[in-house]
Every structure is written in structure tokens, then in C-alpha cells.
Design a binder for this molecule. Sequence first.
Ligand code: ADP
Ligand code: MG
Length: 370
Amino acid sequence: MSYVRLDKVTKRYREIYAARNISLAIEKGEFFCLVGPSGSGKTTMLRLIAGFVRPTAGRVYIDGRRIDDQPPYKRDVGIVFQNYALFPHMSVRDNVAFGLRVRNLDRVAIDQRIEEMLDLVQLRGFEDRRPDELSGGQQQRVALVRALVTRPRVLLLDEPLGALDKKLRTQMQVELKQIQREVGITTIFVTHDQEEALSLSDRVGVIDKGVLVQLGSPTEVYERPTNHFVANFIGQSNFFKGEITDLGDEGVVVTTPSGAVLRGSARSGLSLGQQVTLAVRPEKVRLTTGDVEAHNRLEGTVVHVTYLGNSTSYVIDSGDGGTVVALQQNLLAGGAYPAGTEVVVTWSKESCFVVAANPARVPQPRQGSE
Ligand code: ADP
Ligand code: MG
């Protein structure tokens, strides 16, 4: 049975839908990531679950009980914010103890729980330091155990690693995942960083302008984005518009307005003559100069080369076929195709798929127009 459940939840701020008819079920012990661009409604979703905002419509359940009419302190959730929100004048011990003191536990029990918690994040010995005497990563660990110390039913994390540099962030991701497994707590993690979402979670929900546009495992969401927005927000994609001119078990054939014939994998709900968009990831596109056979083949000229260290990104102008971005591993030093090189671009039909237009939604005014 699902542990946290949103049932057709809408949150409207005047004409802005921060959450639009969202239904979502999260399993007990699951590590769920909600990913979307800035302003898409991620924080609102957490606030709806934590109880800082009430839904305009819909219901929220934890462990089978309706909680959207309950005040935050009765919901038993732990929260970590991006900016740590530690009490600057308090020691690590007092920061962690804060939630427990409010709960009237006795001194010995509190001390014991704090020790356990600081052990969990390897911060024993730091009890008497103040937040400004800790590194960013250590502060974030204090914020994490402060949220966990009351043993909440659900842990909500709002871009908790956003303020850390990339290396430390990656390290904290691994730690966070380990701690989450150890504690076994149902976790909802919010981020605008798609890589972070893919690497951390059991399941990912992609949100765009308050609409939950796709839900699935990291692999599903990356390998088979169902719509244009997801295909471009989670990683990058090349898109080709055209008409379906053949359709069978072996796949779909799409003919572009310029006459290029492209092949993609089949999926249900397609029909002959339909106008569709095919998508393929830059790293699934191959560049050669020789003669090759492939499901998909375009000729073009390299117009832009970006060296990225472990890979090189090429922009290829294929005339009427449009522009194609190809990401190639740098297996050998040198050997790159300089701008101006005539190349052949190929990809398999398995790595090529039809994406739907973005889901219909109400028009939204620009942010800040209120
Ligand atoms: P995210 O966390 O993904 O950046 P938010 O949930 O903070 O997005 O915001 C979603 C949308 O709701 C934005 O358009 C934002 O401006 C709007 N919004 C959020 N909170 C309020 C509020 N208290 N009053 C008015 N609009 C709000
Ligand atoms: Mg936010």
C-alpha cells in the first residue's frame, strides 16, 4: 500500500497553478525524487505534504490517514531546506536537540538519541561547535539529523545539496542515500538537477508548471521520455518532426518535410499519417566519415565543436534534415572532427522514439507578474 498519497491535489495562487491536479503514490521506504525547473511547483508540493499550505482542492494521505486538514506539527514529517536553516547561535547539540526538547523527552533519552544521530552522520566530537564553525557539508548533515532525530514518518528534502560545490554534492548524495537506507525512511527529495534525481532515486516524478508530466524509474524517464518537455529537461535530445509513413511491429517510419526517412521504435497509440516528433539522445548518435549502414542516416557538416574532457559535443548541419547534436566519447586523444568536416550521422531505431507534445495546461502568466 502506498505510504504518502496525493489525490488530485491542486494549489492555486490566484491565476497561478503551483500544483495542478496531482495524483501520486509513494511507497513506504521509497526514495522518491521530484525534479523540475525553478518555479515548477516542487517546494509547493513539499509544503502541501508538510502542512505549511493547504490544497485548493484534493487530499493528502500519510499511512492511509487523511492529513491535509491537520496542522504541520501533527503530521510527523521531517524537513531539510536548501539553506540549512540551522540556528546560528546554537551548538550542534542544541540544534539537533531542538525538536526533541519541544517534545518533552527526558535529558538522558535526548542525549542518547543525539549521540546515535551524530554517529550516523559521523559528527561525533562536533557537539559543541556552532554552525559557522562547520563546513557546508557538515552543516547539511546537522540539518539532516535534526530532521531525523524525532523519527518522523516521512523525510522531505528541498534542494538540500544546492549550496554545495559539485564534488561535495556528489559525495553527500552517496552519504544521503546510505543514511536513507539505514534508517529506511520514506523520502521525498526535491531538486532541479536532473543528474541528481536520476542518480539518487528509486522513482522520479518530473514536474513542469505544476503538472506532473512523467513518473517512472530513472531509466524509464531517461530512456523513454513520453513528452517533449521531459526529453529535453532530463538530458538533451535531438528532435525531428514528420509524418508517420509506415507502422508495424518492427517500428515506426517517419518522413520529414525534407524527405528524410527516419526509423524509431514502436509504441502504442500511433497511427499512419499522424504528425509526430522523433527524439534521439546526443550520445546515441554516431559520427563517421565512411560509408555505413544504419536505420537512421543523415549527411552533414560539422559546424561547431565543444571539447568537454571525457567527451566532445558536435553540432552538425545536415541541410534540410536540420541540426543534430552528437556527443562522442573521447576514446583516443586527438582524432576529433574539426569544424567543416563532412560527416555521416547515424543512430539505431531502438534509441529513437516518438515523443508527445507537452501536456495541455492552462496558460500561466510570467512569474512575478502578480
Ligand atoms: P519551485 O520550488 O519548483 O521553484 P514553487 O513551488 O516555489 O516552485 O512555486 C511554484 C509557483 O507558485 C511559482 O510560480 C511561484 O511563483 C508560485 N508561488 C509559490 N508560493 C507562492 C505564494 N506564497 N504566493 C504566490 N505565488 C506563489
Ligand atoms: Mg523551491
